[in-house]
Design a protein around this ligand. Sequence first.
Ligand code: OOG
Ligand code: NI
Length: 462
Amino acid sequence: MIGQWRLRAAFAERLSRMYGREVPAYTTLVDVSREVNEDVLRARGADAERLGSIARVTAERHGAVRVGTPEEMRQVARVFGALGMHPVGFYDLRDTASSALPVVSTAFRPVAEDELARNPFRVFTSMLTVSDPRFFDADLRERLTAFLAGRELFPPELLALADRAEAERALPEEEAERFLDLAVRAFELSSEPIDRDWYTALERISAVAADIGGVRSTHINHLTPRVLDIDELYRRMTERGIEMIDTIQGPPRWAGPDVLLRQTSFRALAEPRALRAADGGVSSGTLRVRFGEVEARGIALTREGRALYDRMLALVDERAAHRPAAERGDIARAVWAEHLPSSERELAARGLGFFTYHVVPDRPRDGSRPPTDIEGLLDGGWVRAEPIVYEDFLPRSAAGIFQSNLSDTGSRNSGQVGSSYDVDSLSGVLGREVVDPFALYERQRDRSLAHVARALSPQGAS
Ligand code: OOG
Ligand code: NI
């Protein structure tokens, strides 16, 4: 039997091979990421692996897929469920960007620590908000609904195998092979001709709507490797003549600890697609949809830390508003230096970052009682703190990534009231709970604290 984590690892690898064939620039990105990671490892030694072993970081990818309907969303959840990936976090991108982004999203990923360590593959998954009248008027909504109802993204055989894998947490070898084959195929770019008028009608609203609802299949939109020095990666890609978007999204480069997530991408490439005109004639055209993205991950922030991050972003926006774009990085660095602790120790002590805590073997043995607060335990040399890496996404960065790759802003009727989608309605759509990411990090931290408490209690001392 092939267990879920091996299915997940095999799926990530096959998807990566397929995507490399379809988008050769992706292979360049993976190669350059590997080179940068090797150089960082050489230069920084063990410290380079503080946020994940080099084996994990090298294999680590996230993908992005987009679907059209609640039904399709439920189906994609079954495919990822087979791989031990659960919906975590709710992202509403509709109001985060100036471009029209009519989607709400979640990320499917493993949630248990040991599963993440085995293979951390995650997929940012977006669903078109067909019922949002700001984007789709009654007529278009009706046509879109009919179009989406008439397509099948995932064959019944794939879904049946997925359900079996999820229920039994494994598949026999032959079925596993079949499942992986069908699953990877479901995310390949289709060569079926695209109805040009229909695609264009949707494109006027939003390029993302066209990419999702203008075609009869879905596809992997990007696959993102993880890199240990994203500034260096950016430089090397630019040196190779690959045109990157003009910023790195998320936190600025600064002297303190890496937190959350920094991402950048190269612009969507023109890919040949067959287009069918109204008279039935098929011609070849190009569409710019798929791009290459790369990311660096840092320490997960607590709710308080995250609120501070959001305040800092607002402050950077405010100060950068009337200054040349080139100054934004310096402005951000200054804001960070003012507000965010510059050491892991302080991040932990001020309750801004998530860490696990571990009793130190050579802790005081002079009979003194350990302090009862984390700060005291750290200062007194009783415990050490290990950072918890951020496993999720950032709505504003996600919107920035979507947006930087759209050539047109699309349109939105702001006179209408947006239909409401939230974490509960998405859970309802999926028929599974969308997990709160903070709760996962808290659980991980609290488990480690419970161990510490046991080990340091007079009975538990060893
Ligand atoms: C998803 C964009 C968001 C990320 O890394 O934040 C994303 C998409 O383009 O479908 O992947
Ligand atoms: Ni992405």
